[in-house]
Ligand binder design. Structure first.
Ligand code: 5GP
Length: 215
């Protein structure tokens, strides 16, 4: 199996983090890319598991050194994928799942060829609003409005992705993205052992043909 980068984007509240976590829990061939961010950890979030929480100064210094595959500003904070994180997962021989917003996704697509991108759409504006509020009902109305304005911008980017899935419910969307991973894993150009496997099979078939001819 040749690993690829699975880019998962959706507007905030669209469900990409939930989908990413469910896929990683269900599959052996997939690992989550832990992003770096300058935002504060939310309750329950663990450094090195949910994010690498960096100070703004450290983030900027590492960005200056070219350590990020991609980065973006979202709200008040910086977010980015470290090259070493990508290398770490690929060295395990696993696909890497990246939960990134659209600007970061654009940079990844421009820099790497081994990318499969999936955009998750909410079924409707009402559902998006409900999910955003449901996640954090104490969200300040200004912040909520900010996220919705950003969602309008992000939706404009959806046609740039390889696949579009609609998040009607969690089980359905997880199984649709899993089907995409399965198909993409079977692509001829991702099968590193194809030539060897075919050569062996042809040899075996030829041997049987020889035996059959001798009967
Ligand atoms: P949150 O603060 O809710 O965890 O994430 C806010 C936004 O940042 C989400 O849209 C999420 O996909 C995006 N994000 C998380 N990690 C990265 C990253 O490494 N790069 C980019 N470009 N966006 C990220």
């Amino acid at each position: 199996m040749t690993p690829f980068l699975l880019l998962l984007s959706s507007p905030s509240g669209g469900g990409k983090t939930t989908v990413a976590k469910a896929l990683v829990a269900a599959r052996e061939d997939l690992e989550f890319s832990v992003s770096a961010t300058t935002r504060a950890a939310r309750e329950g979030e663990v450094d090195g598991v949910d994010y690498y929480f960096l100070s703004r100064a450290e983030f900027l210094e590492r960005r200056e050194k070219g350590e990020f595959l991609e980065w973006a500003e979202y709200g008040e904070a910086l977010y980015g994928t470290l090259n070493e994180e990508v290398d770490r997962v690929i060295s395990h021989g696993k696909h890497l799942i990246l939960d990134v917003e659209v600007q970061g996704a654009r940079q990844v697509r421009a820099r790497r060829e081994d990318v499969v991108s999936v955009f998750i759409l909410p079924p409707s504006a009402e559902t998006l609003l409900k999910r955003l509020v449901g996640r954090d009902d104490s969200m300040h109305p200004d912040r909520l409005r900010q996220r919705l304005v950003r969602a309008v911008e992000e939706l404009e980017e959806a046609p740039e992705y390889d696949y579009i899935v609609v998040n009607e419910d969690r089980t359905q969307v997880v199984s649709e993205v899993a089907a995409i991973i399965d198909s993409e894993s079977k692509r001829t150009n991702r099968n590193a052992n194809l030539q060897e496997d075919l050569a062996r099979l042809r040899q075996d078939v030829a041997a049987i043909a020889g035996e059959a001819a001798a009967l």
